[in-house]
Structure formats: C-alpha cells, structure tokens
Write a protein of this length. Structure first.
Length: 195
C-alpha cells in the first residue's frame, strides 16, 4: 500500500522565517514551523512524523544546538524521521552526529522539489513491517501488542510499564515506549489511509 506523503505531519525548526514552508503548505503538505524548541517532549509525542532541524540557531534553551535536539529525538522516538539542514557546511564532528542520528541532511537552500522528494522517499519506505521493526529494536512486543497497535489501540499503562522495564533503555523507557507506540499507531493509520 502506497503511503501518501501529504498525510505526514512535518515540523521545521529554524530561527529564521522559511518561505519554503508556505510553498509546501500551498502544495497541500501538513507543515508547521517553530523558531526554536520550547518543549523537547512535543517533538517526540506523536504530533509529527517528520522533523527538519537547523543545526545552528536552535536548541540553546537546552544548552546546545540542533544536533543536541536531533540526538534527543532519535533516542526518545526513533519512529520520528529527522532531517538536518544548514546554510553552512557541516564540520567533521557534526557530520558524524548527523550520520549516526539523522535520516537525511540537506542544505538550507534546498528547493521545494528536493524537500518533496525527501517526504515522498520516506513515505515510500513506510510499511507495517518497518514500523514494527523499529519498535522491536527497542521493546519486546508480543503478538497482541502488535495487533492492538496495528488496529489503532494504545497499550495500557501497565503494559507500557512492563515492556519498558524489560527494555535496556533506562529511566525514561516508559515515556519512550508511550511516544513510540503513539507514533506507531499514527503511522499505521497513514499506511492504511485512515484519517
């Protein structure tokens, strides 16, 4: 089943105004733009399936930059697809972090066609199997957990606690499990064309 990229919720985080976000909205994409991150948890809680982050000019509130935000999103909800961009070339250290944590990197002057290609390419890789593979890389799910998620039902708090405890993630495991299962449900709905 082909996933329609326009069904994905996309967030751009950049301290500058981005005209391309308005152009993407006119093309029918579900786009939001933040000038900075006010709450890291909102990046991971299921509101967005794709996040594009500027390397410089954001994330200062959390003692870093866009790469620190990228690491947070990648570790707190790997089901959120991330892309890093910058107007300046990446340093060697930045490139290594991007390689390890981001789905893609682009230049800030990328065209609307390049961005649409990113969304379309990501959408074309989405499948139930891929979503479950990413989920199961962090948590051990039984057949009933998988069935519930595929059918749009969140796992109970007690079940989230149990799979979190069995994981090797640590203290924030239950939040990660909750975020990931929330995004998984949204992705399953997108995969199946359910609004």
């Amino acid at each position: 089943m082909k996933v329609e990229a326009k069904k994905l919720r996309v967030l751009f985080v950049d301290d500058e105004e981005l005209e391309i976000t308005n152009a993407l909205k006119r093309e029918g994409y579900d786009i939001e733009h933040w000038r900075d991150v006010e709450n890291l948890d909102q990046l991971c809680d299921g509101r967005y399936q794709v996040i594009l982050l500027d390397v410089r000019g954001i994330g200062g509130k959390y003692g870093g930059n866009g790469l620190n935000v990228l690491k947070y999103v990648a570790t707190h909800n790997p089901l959120v697809y991330t892309c890093i961009f910058s107007a300046k070339p990446f340093t060697g250290e930045e490139a290594e972090v991007i390689r390890q944590y981001a789905g893609r990197s682009i230049t800030k002057d990328s065209t609307i066609y390049e961005l649409i290609d990113i969304f379309e390419t990501y959408a074309s890789t989405l499948s139930e199997e891929k979503v479950l593979e990413i989920l199961e890389s962090k948590f051990e799910l039984n057949w009933y957990d998988k069935w519930r998620l595929k059918h749009g039902h969140q796992l109970s708090q007690s079940r989230l606690a149990k799979i979190s405890k069995a994981s090797k993630i640590g203290l924030e495991a239950i939040k990660v499990a909750s975020n990931m299962t929330t995004v998984a449900i949204l992705l399953f709905k997108i995969i199946h064309g359910i609004s």
